[in-house]
Design a binder for this molecule. Structure first.
Ligand code: ATP
Length: 259
């Protein structure tokens, strides 16, 4: 095993951005412990767009939290970009999320006393981007998300959907090798969903690896691959054959969201 724990012959040839083996997590809240993730093996190749779907309570968000270092597995191993990460400290996970992993969750977690512009630029500046490049990147992302002109707004002046888009822009500003997204259009109307989907598809076409949890079949059908999660396990893993090569996903009418 190497110093960072990524051992084994052939490791260097593995183009997986994410690899997990035997991942398990039980939540000990009030009442009976919940076995949310029960032995998951997963491999996401560089450049893939993977959707994770499944019923409420299946463990999808827990899986994403484990892969983003926001919760710790009880057992199993995780590699990100070939590097073993399940033993990393909180601080090292934070560094990884700042640089290599963009995370956008259902709750936007924007900094309430910073403007939209500052919320998006902050992670870029923390990762060492020049103020000029951070500003340019922020302007492009806000334009793509239909939010140009909202730079100086405070998060509490935005609708939920707008906050969601700012959170997505913030997650993408550092061009992370992996985007983890939990219901990235969860609170958006059909127009907002369409914008987010278009943006995700565009980033994916330019090489962005995306692992997205969604309840929305329209969102899922934009992915290359759909994993059905059930009772803490992968119940099905279907390759859609590069569906997202089309800007609107591979399923006819996927973006025909309006009633
Ligand atoms: N912090 C926690 N403490 C206790 N139980 C938890 C905790 N987080 C999740 N759970 C439980 O673990 C199970 C899986 O939850 P999780 O949020 O991962 O499922 P999900 O598939 O993402 O659901 P949803 O689609 O409703 O978001 C559920 O039964 C949930 O109640």
């Amino acid at each position: 095993m190497t110093a960072d724990g990524a051992g084994g012959a052939g490791e260097a040839a593995d183009d997986a951005i994410v690899r997990a083996e035997g991942l398990a997590k039980t939540h000990h809240g009030e009442g009976t412990p919940v076995r949310a993730v029960r032995g998951v093996d997963l491999r996401v190749a560089r450049g893939e767009f993977v959707a994770v779907t499944g019923p409420s309570g299946a463990g999808k968000s827990t899986l994403l939290h484990l892969l983003g270092g926001l919760q710790r597995p009880d057992s199993g191993h995780i590699w990100i970009d070939g590097r073993r990460v399940d033993g990393l400290s909180e601080a090292r996970w934070a560094v990884l999320r700042r640089g290599g992993i963009g995370v956008v969750f259902q709750f936007f977690n924007l900094v309430s006393n910073l403007t939209v512009a500052d919320n998006i630029e902050l992670p870029a500046l923390l990762a060492g981007m020049s103020p000029r490049d951070a500003r340019a990147s922020r302007t492009e992302l806000l334009g793509d998300l239909g939010m140009a002109g909202k730079e100086r707004a405070m998060p509490n002046e935005l609708s939920g959907g707008e906050q969601q888009r700012v959170a997505l822009a913030r997650a993408l500003v550092n061009k992370p090798s992996l985007l983890l997204a939990d219901e990235p259009a969860g609170s958006l109307d059909s127009t907002g969903t369409r914008e987010v989907l278009r943006l995700l598809s565009r980033f994916h076409r330019s090489g962005q690896t995306i692992l997205m949890v969604t309840h929305d079949a329209r969102m899922a059908s934009a992915a290359d691959r759909v994993i059905s999660f059930f009772d803490g396990r992968i119940a099905d893993d279907a390759d859609l054959g590069g569906a997202s090569a089309s800007p609107y996903g591979g399923v006819s009418g996927v973006l025909d969201l309006d009633p």
